[in-house]
Design a binder for this molecule. Structure first.
Ligand SMILES: Cc1ncc(C[n+]2csc(CCOP(=O)(O)OP(=O)(O)O)c2C)c(N)n1
Ligand code: SF4
Ligand code: SF4
Length: 430
């Protein structure tokens, strides 16, 4: 059910819907009466059917409540699609640090805030960090939680020793860390303690009950943050081997300040500070962090493979260690010729030609004797790279403005693309 008052008319649903022709764009005036249905049915949580909601399939996860709704992003913006999905998966227990950038501007633009809570009062805790310290900022969330929980576990041991709610305490101690059981054992513990003798320790645990269930700590931000300004912090936090997750919304430029070049900008792309085309290859952030061996690293593009995106986000979150998911994000600043209504399709094209690759590096596989690196995208057809580049004015404009330099830079970009695939293929072969 679409909300006519909130639809931006971007047209992404028309190009992304797998049932071709199922959706048609019609005028706002015609659709206005539908708003009541949206407000009274789609937004009514009591109609959510718990049995159809699960996070294991793309279709089913869309029945889960998004805790990120109606942002002020550009129509067709891909950044919002990843944040929305993340919020559907973990929103009721998320702590988010958000680096300055489009994702913070669209998330914290008071008075219209897209983050929300559910009928039980659960929802993401969100805060805007500085541009340069977002990973450290989220790491602070992690440490605060960790310290409080250590004290809670000491109190629970004392409660158990006093013979109070022994079974519920044990179930909590064994189950709080697992995503699937955390909420269940926490609710059971709270219920048991509420019925128990109110000793000082019991009162302490109940006063701090909001900290009992497992939290999902995320640092979210753009490539300017992750590849450039905040990279030192990212490297430090990932190296600590603690349970902190990063989501990089990679638009390949500093989008929020008008499209400046970052280390993520690829060869031959034009951007501010790279008006005559970027000369050097895109930094391979994922490959750099894979070197630690204990960091979960994934690269995704929702429009190319929704199931792989879902899998990567779930794996990153469930990994009891540092994780980073790098998400390809078509953006207004890339000047896609076909328009932002094709932003999901553009991701598909990027992966088909090998401009972008899908992979997951899961350190848990090492203990199972398996290759931790899995290349999820198929062998690309690199003969289509030039078509892809010419479909976006950030590349195509180079030919008009610097005809003497363009061909050499395009050729270098094609070589960069091929070299990247060769590197990943080798990694996948073990
Ligand atoms: C230290 C510092 N330098 C510059 C800025 C201004 N600034 C705010 S957002 C931003 C660009 C963000 O780009 P990116 O991280 O790629 O995120 P995007 O907007 O693309 O999502 C800049 C330069 C700042 N806030 N702090
Ligand atoms: S995808 Fe775009 S056009 Fe389709 S319902 Fe959403 S905002 Fe409206
Ligand atoms: S400038 Fe790009 S990243 Fe920012 S809101 Fe617009 S489409 Fe999204």
């Amino acid at each position: 059910q679409v909300s006519p008052y909130d639809c931006l008319g971007c047209g992404v649903c028309l190009t992304a819907c797998p049932a071709e022709g199922a959706l048609t764009m019609t005028s706002f005036e015609d659709m206005k009466p539908e708003q009541t249905l949206f407000d009274e049915v789609a937004m009514n949580e009591s109609y959510l059917k718990k049995d159809v909601i699960n996070d294991k399939s793309v279709k089913n996860v869309q029945f889960a409540k998004p805790y990120f709704q109606f942002s002020a992003a550009c129509a067709g913006c891909a950044e919002t699609t990843y944040i929305k999905l993340l919020s559907q998966l973990f929103g009721d227990r998320m702590y988010i640090g958000n680096a300055a950038g489009c994702s913070s501007a669209i998330s914290g633009g008071a008075p219209i805030l897209p983050y929300c809570k559910d009928c039980q009062g659960h929802g993401p805790a969100w805060e805007h960090s500085l541009f340069e310290d977002n990973a450290e900022f989220a790491y602070g969330f992690f440490h605060a939680q960790d310290s409080i929980r250590k004290e809670l576990l000491i109190r629970l041991e004392a409660i158990k020793a006093a013979g109070i709610a022994v079974e519920a305490v044990e179930a909590y101690e064994n189950g709080w860390k697992k995503t699937e059981t955390s909420r269940i054992v926490t609710d059971a513990l709270i219920a048991a303690l509420e019925q128990a003798e109110q000793t000082e320790d019991v009162k302490y645990v109940l006063e701090n009950k909001e900290y009992l269930a497992k939290k999902s700590v995320w640092a979210v931000g753009g490539d300017g943050w992750a590849y450039d300004i905040g990279y030192g912090g990212i490297d430090h936090v990932m190296a600590q081997n603690r349970d902190v997750n990063l989501m990089v919304l990679d638009t390949e430029v500093y989008s929020n300040t008008g499209g400046q070049s970052s280390k993520s900008t690829p060869t031959s792309a034009t951007a501010k500070f790279a008006a005559s085309g970027k000369r050097v290859a895109k930094k391979d952030l994922g490959a750099m962090l894979m070197q630690y061996g204990y960091v979960y690293v994934a690269q995704v593009a929702m429009g190319a493979d929704q199931a792989q995106t879902l899998k990567a986000l779930r794996e990153a979150e469930s990994y009891d260690g540092p994780s980073i998911v790098i998400c390809y994000c078509p953006c207004l600043e890339q000047h896609i010729k076909a328009g932002m209504g094709t932003s999901q399709d553009e991701m598909k094209k990027a992966v088909e030609c090998g401009y972008w690759h899908l992979y997951r590096y899961d350190p848990r596989r090492i203990a199972e004797g398996k290759n931790p690196f899995q290349l999820d995208s198929k062998e690309p057809d690199t003969s289509k790279v030039m078509d892809f580049l010419m479909g976006e004015n950030r590349f195509a404009s180079l030919k008009n403005n610097f005809p003497d330099k363009a061909d050499a830079l395009y050729a270098k970009e094609v070589e960069d693309v091929k070299a990247r695939y060769a590197k990943y293929k080798k990694l996948a072969e073990g």
